[in-house]
Structures are given as structure tokens and as C-alpha cells.
Design a protein around this ligand. Structure first.
Ligand code: PLP
Length: 385
């Protein structure tokens, strides 16, 4: 029974503090552990399993590609990569896509593009926000505006300065120094505590970017691909970013990252500037195509409906201090410590996440209503204590 957990603890590096649950399979929003116990999943593997576990259409598309051509290097053309790039551009108005394998890599590419843009005018600073999270590589850690991430691994690359979220004056102050070539932000700060940035702040940053010839970089690794109730969260605020990074939900459970280039920077990276052996992998891209073609208006309306249901159930409920977020990316501040609630929910068959001191819900975009109602009923009882 405990064998898998024991082996994992012995041989896998201890960078994750795991819950005492060994998952073996599932369907949709239902997961099963090795003892056959059922869980309703409100975490989707951190916003990755966009349509839940073992979704039929997605699995068929991925399997078809897997048994046809599992990999080509980027020296040749292949259909899934071409098709996914075309879909991403047509759905966003962006002009080019670079594929990688994770959120951090999608951000690395975005940072490189911004640096090369800045090179033309002698500016190399990228303004990011306090409480942001942009990844675990050395450069994306430097971009991350949280001191806890800036321990142990220095020296970090220079050229990142941190402004206060929802405080335009603090962005302006750094921009006024004349060294900044870009502003990089999440529309909802996910790991930072599911904190949405205000539309007023975001539009102010965009305007400032235009005035100061800075690029607007939006990290949609977590907020992207339908999670916000729009295809990308920047669309909730009618923004026109110059670069967009995304990952998590895009592959529906397969590792893929994408950096989208707007018109102004569509040709900024040229032959040899960047690359990735696995980037644009046909199986991952086939998964992405299957996910993206189903994120239509009906699906998005369903995300917004489920979101409104959860917020309506939890706001003002006993033990709930606040509910924040966008779409199916919700943070809940509770009277009881979040970790206690998560552990009790596990016992009662509901999986959820935390972000900072909050509970974090990231259910599958199409989670069944019966499952959602049942999970929220249990969650409310546990929160009430
Ligand atoms: C998860 C996340 C990342 C890092 O993605 P990885 O795939 O873990 O590298 C970057 N930015 C944001 C906003 C994220 O939520």
C-alpha cells in the first residue's frame, strides 16, 4: 500500500512536500488512489488537465499522433506544430509562435525577445511585479518578484526591477529611469495568492508601455487557455500585449509551452536566436490542437457559469473571509488555516490546492455539475469547521 510513496521518497529528490495520496487513474474530474478511493479533483494537476483526466477526444488525438510520428526535430516541418501555431495566431491576433515545453521556458523566450528589442535602444530592464511568479529557471526566478525565491541560487541575472501590483505610480517610477524595455505581468497573480490585477491598472500599464516604447509581456501560463472565462485573461481587459506566454492547460496534460509574438516583435527572433529540441513536439501539439479547438464560446460560457456558482456558494459562507480570482481560477481566504482544510478535504474525497495562505481552486474547465456541487458542498462544510 505505502510502497509507491516510500519508493518515491527514497529516490525522487525532496523538492516537493507531497500529500499522502498515490493517484493511479481517473476519468474527467474523478481521480482514484491505489486503494480505489475516489476524489473529486478541484486542482487539475495545477491547471494542466484542462478537460480533466483521460478525456476521450483528447486521448484519441494524442494516441493517433503518438502512433504516427512521435517526434521530429525542428529542422523539418510537421503538421501538429503548424496547425497549433495557426490556431493560436488566428484566435489571438498574434503573429508568430515559439514552442517550448513548460511555462518557465515560454517566459525565458519572452524575456529573450524583450531583451533583444531593448538592445536596439540600449535598454535592458524588465519591470515585473511584487508577488509575481514566472518560473524556476535562474532567469525566471530573477523575474519573480518574491524574495523567498531569491535565496540560495545567486548570482541572478541583472535587469529585473519590481513594481507594486495595482500601483501604476510604482511602475511609472521605474519606467521614468529610462532603462526599461518591457513590463511583464500576470493578469491574475496565481502562485502569489490568486490576486487579480485591476483593469484600471492594466490599462494604465499598457498606455505607459506605448508612451515609453516598452513591450507589454503577459504571462498566461496559468490564466490562459480558457481558465479565466476568456481564451486568454488579457482579453477580459481588452489589452493588446506584445508578447504572451502560456503553458499549463494548453496541452491538456502534456508538457508544452508557447510564446506568442505580436506584430511589433514578430520578427525579433531570427535563425539561431533560440531553440528547443522537444519544442513543438507533435504529440504535445496534437494535444494542444484538441484542447484549443474545444475552447469555444459555449465552453467559455460554461467556465463563467461554474465560476459564478462557486463564488455564489462561497462568498459570505461560514468561515470564508474572501473569494478572489477570475473564471475557474479562484482563491479563498478562510478563518481556518488552508492546509488543515486541504487535509480534511483529502480525507473526505476532494482535492484542492493552496496559494500562499489561501485555498486555490483550479477545476477542469468542463467539470460536471454534479461533481462540482458535491465538491463545493463538502468544501463548505470543511471550511465551516
Ligand atoms: C506555473 C507557472 C509558471 C511556471 O511554469 P512551469 O511549467 O512550471 O515552468 C510560470 N508562470 C506562471 C504564472 C505560472 O503559474
Amino acid at each position: 500500500m505505502q510502497e509507491i510513496a516510500k519508493t518515491c521518497e527514497q529516490y525522487v529528490a525532496h523538492t516537493y512536500k507531497r500529500f499522502p495520496v498515490t493517484l493511479v487513474r481517473g476519468k474527467g474530474a474523478i481521480l482514484l488512489d491505489e486503494a480505489g478511493k475516489k476524489y473529486i479533483d478541484l486542482g487539475s494537476g495545477i491547471a494542466v488537465n484542462a478537460f480533466g483526466v483521460a478525456d476521450d477526444k483528447w486521448a484519441a488525438a494524442v494516441t493517433r499522433q503518438l502512433t504516427t510520428l512521435q517526434h521530429t526535430c525542428n529542422l523539418y516541418y510537421a503538421e501538429p506544430c503548424a496547425k497549433l501555431a495557426e490556431m493560436l495566431c488566428e484566435r489571438t491576433g498574434m503573429k508568430k509562435v515559439f514552442f517550448s515545453n513548460s511555462g518557465a521556458e515560454a517566459n525565458e523566450c519572452m524575456i529573450k525577445a524583450a531583451r533583444k528589442y531593448g538592445e536596439q535602444t540600449g535598454r535592458d530592464t524588465i519591470i515585473t511585479l511584487k508577488d509575481s511568479f514566472h518560473g524556476r529557471t535562474i532567469a525566471t526566478l530573477a523575474a519573480t518578484g518574491q524574495d523567498v525565491f531569491h535565496q540560495h541560487f545567486g548570482p541572478f541575472p541583472a535587469g529585473f526591477e519590481y513594481a507594486q501590483p495595482n500601483d501604476l505610480a510604482s511602475v511609472q517610477a521605474i519606467a521614468d529611469a529610462g532603462k526599461a524595455c518591457a513590463v511583464m505581468l500576470e493578469i491574475v497573480q496565481g502562485e502569489g495568492g490568486v490576486r487579480p490585477l485591476s483593469g484600471e491598472f492594466l490599462r494604465g500599464v499598457e498606455k505607459l508601455c506605448r508612451e515609453k516604447d516598452m513591450l507589454l509581456l503577459v504571462d498566461e501560463v496559468q490564466t490562459g487557455n480558457g481558465r479565466s472565462g476568456q481564451l486568454y485573461a488579457y482579453m477580459c481587459h481588452d489589452l493588446s500585449p506584445d508578447l504572451v506566454s502560456t503553458a499549463k492547460g494548453l496541452g491538456g496534460g502534456l508538457p508544452i509551452g508557447a510564446t506568442l509574438f505580436g506584430e511589433k516583435v514578430q520578427d525579433i527572433l531570427t535563425y539561431g536566436d533560440h531553440g528547443s529540441t522537444f519544442g513543438g513536439n507533435p504529440v504535445c501539439c496534437a494535444g494542444g490542437v484538441s484542447i484549443l479547438e474545444r475552447i469555444d464560446e459555449t465552453l467559455l460560457a460554461g467556465v463563467r457559469e461554474r465560476s459564478a456558482y462557486i463564488v455564489g456558494q462561497l462568498e459570505g459562507a461560514k468561515g470564508v473571509r474572501s473569494v478572489s480570482g477570475l473564471g475557474l481560477m479562484l482563491g479563498i481566504e478562510t478563518d481556518r488555516p488552508a492546509a488543515d482544510i486541504v487535509n480534511e478535504c483529502i480525507r473526505r474525497g476532494v482535492l484542492l490546492l493552496t496559494a500562499k495562505h489561501k485555498l486555490r481552486l483550479l477545476p477542469a474547465l468542463n467539470i460536471g455539475w454534479d461533481e462540482l456541487r458535491e465538491a463545493i458542498r463538502i468544501l463548505k462544510e470543511v471550511i465551516a469547521g
